[in-house]
Design a protein around this ligand. Sequence first.
Ligand code: LRH
Ligand code: MN
Length: 424
Amino acid sequence: MRIDKQQIDQHNTDLQKVHQKRFDFAKSEITNAESIIQKLIDFNVAIPSWALGTGGTRFARFSGAGEPGNLEEKMEDIAVLHALNNSSGAISLHIPWDIPSNYTAIKKLAADLNLKFDAMNSNTFQDQKGQALSYKFGSLQNTNKAIRKQAIEHNIEVIKHGIELGSKALTVWLSDGSCFPGQLNFRKAFQNTLEGLQEIYAALPSDWKVFVEYKAFEPNFYSMTVGDWGQSLLYANKLGPKAFTLVDLGHHLPNANIEQIVALLLMEKKLAGFHFNDSKYGDDDLTVGSIKPYQLFLIFNELVEGMDARGMNHATDLGWMIDASHNIKDPLEDLLQSIEAIMISYAQALLVDRTILNKAQENNDVVAAQEILQSTFRTDVRAIVAEARLRAGAALDPIAYYRNNKIRESLIKERGVNNIATGL
Ligand code: LRH
Ligand code: MN
């Protein structure tokens, strides 16, 4: 399934008049609209290869139709997203769910589809068919040296796949931990895990990074061996300059102040980047900005402040990825909504007048500081985000285009209804 450029142009022509009116109004309110638009055009979020099918829970999975049945079809789906919003030009692979059958062919397809390979993800949270030793009691933390060795070798194998594809980072999320008090020696679990990560770190090419992803609970429900940002930072600092802490928005205990964690990791030059999603309770992996849009804005507010304080390149110096699971929505519509929410929060964060905010903070003028952030959050930047898409040759209204052109129906005609995409 390829998106026809002419059809996008027709779609934009039909919506041009309404858009122009909204854009002119937005421009009248927003003085730095042009610089914001350029930053939005340069901004790209990687799409997880495991989130292009319908996800499920332990209770049920209601399969969708026209799902991608292999890596090639997953890349085609991501290219559809990128053609519609110009902000989804990279795929993050999960191994072994998406082992490329032929590197040359996959790299050629990626080039044809204008897609890059973002961070690779290892998987020592499941036992694969024919796997010698089980990860039931953990992988790098395991008391059994042979199991730790098996997990280290898997991560090194994932790096090798990534080198072939041109990826520059490995994300390590460990489901390791314990479910009951007394089950685990926390110190030994940490030290085993550190030793394992050090062997993986030693296998990284000089221009690669390793992202240590933390999570408060699930699938272990008493302790996680990389349970919060402090533990992840401890590993990253002990590993070395190529190790960073990855923030998955759904991996925190209720009411955690994620924007403060982001500010401090940036200050410490140890922020890897993000797995964007949203949640109300646990690791719900819901559409970005669907539950706590103000928190997403506050996180981007700290990102822009912290990145500009260090002269970082917004588009390239951090890892921008989505990590979501779609139980009841069309996966592609869900991802289009998530990207839109990210672009809106980024645009609003670029809108914050930092001079007057800093002054209000220096003067402890709490009301003024809050008013600056909330009036920015209440500023409608959707026309600015749409204009960035228009100038990049993408669709003014991606979801309307997706529905009006019956993309899902075409995918079902092409693939049938029985494909089950690999992933969660
Ligand atoms: C763990 C996680 C991790 C992925 C997995 C699919 O909850 O966020 O990033 O490996 O989801
Ligand atoms: Mn994640």
